[in-house]
Design a protein around this ligand. Structure first.
Ligand code: MG
Ligand code: MG
Length: 248
C-alpha cells in the first residue's frame, strides 16, 4: 500500500533525511586509503545516535551493521569489516537513519585516493542518472517515468543496470511501497501524488549487470567483476514537483 504522508510526517522525514545527509558529510574526510570499512561504520553509528536517531539497517532482517559499505565489484549490502580501503578503490556507502519513527535513506559512491578515468565516468554518470530520475518526480507523473529516465540515461552512457534491486517508498518503514525500478516504460506504474516519499537509487556497472549473492547471504556482487556505483536520495513529491530530503 502506498501511503501519502501528512505535513507533520514530512517534517519528521525531513529531519531523518537531514541526519542521513549530515552523516555522509561527516564521513567524507575519513574515506581515505588505509581506513577499515568497519571504522566508517562505527563513526557513522556514533554520529547517527548522537543526533537522536538510530541506524535503520542494523538488525533489519538480520543485517548486522549500521551501514552497507560496498567496495568495487560489490554493488550493495556490503558488510563493514577489517578490509582496508586502498588507493584506486570506489566505495558505496548506504546510510539509513530513523528519527522519531521516520526514516531517511541515501547512498553515495566515493573515490578512494586517485581513481581511473573509467571509474570517474561510472561515478559521474550514475549520479547523473539519479538526477535524471529525480527530474521526473511531480504529481501526475508515474513511477515508470522515473524508471524510464534512468534507463534511457544509463543505456545512452553504456552502463549496465542492475535490475534485481529497486528503489522504494520511505516512511515509518525504511522500505515501503511502491517499488521504484531503474528501468521501465513511460506512463506505467503507480501515479505520483503530493505527499508520497520515495527513494530513487540507480545501481549501475561498467560491464555486465549480472549479479550473484555472496556466501554471507547479503552482499550483491557483479558476476563479471566489473565495478558498480550506487547513488540514492529520498525525495518527497511536492505540490509543484520534488524536494530532496537527503541532500541539497
Ligand atoms: Mg539506501
Ligand atoms: Mg534504499
Amino acid at each position: 500500500m502506498i501511503t501519502i504522508k501528512s505535513a507533520r510526517e514530512i517534517e519528521l522525514l525531513k529531519q531523518a533525511g537531514y541526519i542521513v545527509y549530515e552523516t555522509h558529510q561527516y564521513l567524507k574526510p575519513y574515506i581515505k586509503p588505509g581506513i577499515m570499512t568497519k571504522d566508517l561504520d562505527h563513526l557513522a553509528e556514533e554520529f547517527i545516535r548522537s543526533h537522536g536517531a538510530t541506524p535503520s539497517f542494523k538488525g533489519y532482517e538480520g543485517f548486522p551493521t549500521a551501514l552497507c559499505i560496498s567496495v568495487n565489484d560489490e554493488v550493495v549490502h556490503g558488510f563493514p569489516s577489517d578490509r582496508k580501503l586502498q588507493n584506486g578503490d570506489i566505495v558505496s556507502i548506504d546510510i539509513g537513519a530513523c528519527y522519531k519513527g521516520y526514516h531517511g535513506d541515501s547512498a553515495w559512491t566515493y573515490k578512494v585516493g586517485e581513481i581511473s578515468k573509467d571509474l570517474e565516468y561510472l561515478m559521474e554518470h550514475t549520479e547523473k542518472a539519479l538526477y535524471e530520475g529525480i527530474k521526473m518526480v511531480k504529481p501526475g507523473n508515474r513511477i515508470g517515468d522515473i524508471a524510464n529516465a534512468i534507463e534511457v540515461y544509463a543505456t545512452k552512457h553504456k552502463l549496465g543496470i542492475v535490475k534485481e534491486l529497486v528503489g522504494h517508498g520511505v516512511g515509518t518503514n525504511v522500505h515501503e511501497d511502491p517499488e521504484v525500478p531503474n528501468y521501465g516504460k513511460k506512463g506505467t506504474g503507480p501515479r505520483l501524488r503530493e505527499g508520497m516519499v520515495i527513494a530513487i537509487e540507480p545501481m549501475l556497472t561498467l560491464g555486465s549487470p549480472d549479479i550473484y549473492i555472496d556466501d554471507n547471504d547479503w552482499t550483491v556482487i557483479t558476476e563479471d567483476g566489473s565495478y558498480a556505483a550506487h547513488f540514492e536520495h529520498t525525495v518527497v513529491v511536492t505540490k509543484d514537483g520534488v524536494e530532496i530530503l537527503t541532500g541539497e
